[in-house]
Design a protein around this ligand. Structure first.
Ligand code: ZN
Length: 153
């Protein structure tokens, strides 16, 4: 396992769309382990592969109830609304409120290639949505700016 360098705001890679993973092999499993180690080292609760410079649809999440390694995650259900504060390892020393679904169902493949469906609420739902946004080149600050603009109208 190794700690990888975290890309930060201003790095073009954070704006790119990540590609689906076809083959779940040892290289992918090593990336998942490295991502987890990098996340814990930086005291984060989630990280996406693009944040360590790899454009693959892979995220890792641990909000305190265990580590989830998700490959090709996809939100298949969402409801409710909740506004809360977020931060991001790629946007150091900045926090802002963002509106997210209160409850989601996410479909993904685990590190063995088995398909899973996870139900998540509140912080866990928020964190998974935040990480999946990264896979589409979206940062939480974009949502924050949109909401501030919208509320001013
Ligand atoms: Zn982030």
């Amino acid at each position: 396992m190794a700690i990888r360098e975290v890309r930060t705001l201003g790095d073009d890679i954070l704006r790119k769309k990540s590609r689906s993973v076809d083959k779940i092999d040892d290289k992918v499993r090593e990336l998942l382990d490295d991502m987890a180690q990098t996340m814990y080292e930086d005291e984060g609760i989630g990280i996406s592969a693009v944040q360590v410079g790899i454009l693959k649809r892979i995220i890792v999440v641990d909000v305190g109830d265990g580590l989830y390694k998700m490959i090709n995650p996809e939100i298949i259900e969402k409801d409710g609304e909740e506004v809360d504060v977020e931060g991001c390892l790629s946007v150091p020393d900045f926090n802002a409120t963002v509106k997210r679904p209160k409850h989601i169902k996410v479909k993904y493949k685990d590190e063995n290639g088995d398909e899973k469906i996870l139900e998540a609420y509140d912080l866990k739902a928020r964190c998974i949505c935040h990480e999946i946004d990264h896979l589409d080149g979206i940062l939480f600050v974009d949502k924050y700016i949109q909401e501030v603009r919208y509320n001013k109208k």
